[in-house]
Ligand binder design. Structure first.
Ligand code: ADP
Length: 542
């Protein structure tokens, strides 16, 4: 495997401005990630903070014992969290099926790479932590994969009937349904020497998982425990005990938190960046969890905190009491989750996707309310896997990787054809259509002097003539495509592999396609490449 880099524009303007140091960073973040000493600075700042390290380490150890087989690298990392100088690199994602789109894998690789680099650089333990966002509800976002079937890219979703209000953390797997779904996904990959082993391993992991989240965490653990990746789940009720004092803080400063968010969002708007956090000004930014696992967002008025259906009402003291006695009844939303992470983890860096980066920028003043700095927010690595067969196709049709991303495959294909078919039929036909229309227009004018009622017939007649020319055009196009069929298929393959659904590969494709095709060492090889966090797109040739 080999890695090359491309400098591509980010579609997210805030990210684009951030990585090119065009953003007035202090308005949005506490650290300037393009500075060389950013991590050293952050490490020094964290020396003034205290964390419940023993409690965190004990909690994580028990969580891992409960859910995963023992792995020395992971246990050692969890132990190292007790050392007063240890730090973490953390990032999170929703629990996608079969680990979801490739960007989840890229985020984990980013966490592993940055923690390893900084451990060597700073000479203190830097622990990689992957935080699964289990509180999320949006099952529709995680219930599918894309596959290539009968030449087209199709969304393959799993059927599941359960209340929409239940967080994914509690959603139980229908194992039979899930197994059938896995088999149908693998069918589209095609059988290889690796398929049976891979499927047997998936079947085993599925049989030991109760929920979608567990299945996701176990697969992630199997892939990355060797590298010491520690897993957390933000929806785990046992984690709430650790979070209790901070919930109380969030309740006490509730109004200030909302104010701070609103002020920063307004500022971003005026600076031309579109905020993405949608909350009402009355939101308490905390959820209440009912016995049946459903949850209600809490709101705040002058003298009470309540759920929208008004079935629940608390005064501030009652809610703080609840946070103290039964913290498992509460959970964080998009605003308080980053704050909670900052309270419980000694975070050297937070690895973010482009969307997260924007919404963290909205939280700058919210962090100030708690009197803590926002950790360095580092964009995750962007990776495209370039298969050898696709690279060969690209050479055959003379298209470069940069072209694929900037000009696009369709444009490149059109240009390729027009170079080989210099008769340039498209402008000729357009010209012919125009001339026919002019002549026919004259004809219409004369005919209308005979009888005005001829108009509908004349218009239809004009339309048919034009339509015939369009038909001729598409017939010629088809012939061109047939004549160059082999090359046209190459263009299609290139597009499908590198720009599926007209976006980066990492948003559509899933890691199991590659594991099935290239075997179990595939991931290790990718993890062990040398990456630099320079915000260039990484092309990994395999
Ligand atoms: P073929 O597999 O015969 O080449 P396809 O049309 O199925 O034809 O796919 C074209 C290319 O797109 C593949 O060679 C591969 O590089 C990529 N591709 C197809 N399906 C997937 C998938 N599920 N995950 C990742 N890449 C895929």
């Amino acid at each position: 495997m080999e890695i090359t880099e491309l400098s591509l524009r980010h579609t997210n303007r805030l990210v684009e401005d951030l990585v090119h140091a065009r953003l007035n960073t202090v308005d949005y973040f506490d650290y300037q990630i393009t500075n060389n000493d950013v991590y050293e600075k952050r490490m020094n700042d964290l020396k003034n903070r205290t964390f419940a390290r023993e409690e965190l380490s004990d909690y994580l150890l028990s969580y891992h014992r409960k859910h995963f087989p023992e792995n020395h690298a992971v246990t050692a990392n969890i132990e190292r969290l007790k050392q007063p100088d240890s730090l973490v690199v953390v990032g999170g994602q929703q629990a996608g099926l079969l680990t979801g789109p490739l960007y989840t894998i890229h985020k984990i690789i980013s966490i592993l790479v940055l923690s390893k680099q900084q451990e060597a650089e700073l000479s203190v333990p830097v622990i990689p932590i992957f935080w699964v966002a289990g509180e999320d509800h949006d099952f529709a976002e995680i219930n599918h994969l894309y596959v290539s079937q009968n030449q087209v890219i199709k969304k393959k979703a799993i059927k599941h009937m359960q209340s929409e209000k239940i967080p994914v953390f509690h959603k139980e797997l229908d194992k039979k349904e899930c197994w059938n779904w896995i088999c149908s996904v693998f069918e589209t990959f095609g059988e290889t020497d690796y398929s049976n082993t891979l499927l047997a391993s998936l079947k085993h992991t599925l049989s030991t998982s109760k929920t979608y989240t567990q299945f996701f965490e176990k697969l992630t653990y199997e892939m990355f425990s060797e590298y010491g990746l520690v897993i957390m789940n933000s929806a785990d009720p046992d984690l709430r005990k650790m979070e209790s004092p901070y919930f109380q803080q969030f309740i006490r400063k509730n109004e200030e938190i909302s104010e701070a968010l609103a002020v920063q969002q307004e500022f971003m708007n005026s600076a031309g960046y579109q905020p993405i956090i949608v909350t009402e000004k009355t939101s308490a930014n905390l959820f209440y969890h009912h016995e049946n696992h459903e949850r209600s967002l809490l709101h705040r008025s002058k003298d009470k905190i309540y759920s929208v259906d008004d079935k629940l009402t608390f005064n501030e003291e009652e809610l703080r009491h609840l946070a103290e006695q039964s913290p498992e009844r509460l959970s964080n939303n998009v605003v308080t989750r980053p704050l909670m992470q900052e309270c419980i983890l000694p975070t050297l860096a937070f690895i973010a996707g482009p969307g997260e980066l924007t919404y963290w920028a909205e939280l700058k003043k919210v962090f100030q309310v708690l009197d803590v700095k926002m950790p360095p927010v580092v964009p995750r690595l962007n990776i495209t896997i370039l298969e050898r067969s696709i690279e060969t196709d690209m050479m055959d049709v003379e298209i470069g990787i940069e072209d694929v991303f900037t000009r696009g495959v369709d444009k490149a294909r059109e240009e390729w054809v027009s170079k080989r078919e210099p008769s340039r039929m498209t402008p000729k036909i357009e010209d012919t259509k125009k001339q026919f229309e002019q002549i026919h227009n004259e004809l219409r004018k004369s005919a209308l002097t005979i009888d005005k009622s001829l108009e509908p017939f004349l218009m239809k007649n004009a339309y048919f003539i034009q339509a015939q020319l369009d038909l001729l055009h598409s017939h010629i196009d088809k012939k061109i495509q047939q004549k160059h069929q082999v090359e046209m298929e190459k263009f299609t393959r290139i597009g499908k592999s590198l720009k599926p659904n007209d976006g980066f590969q990492e948003r559509t494709w899933n890691i199991y396609y590659y594991l099935n095709k290239y075997g179990p060492n595939f991931l290790d090889e990718i993890v062990q490449l040398r990456y630099s966090f320079n915000n260039h797109h990484k092309i990994v040739k395999i």
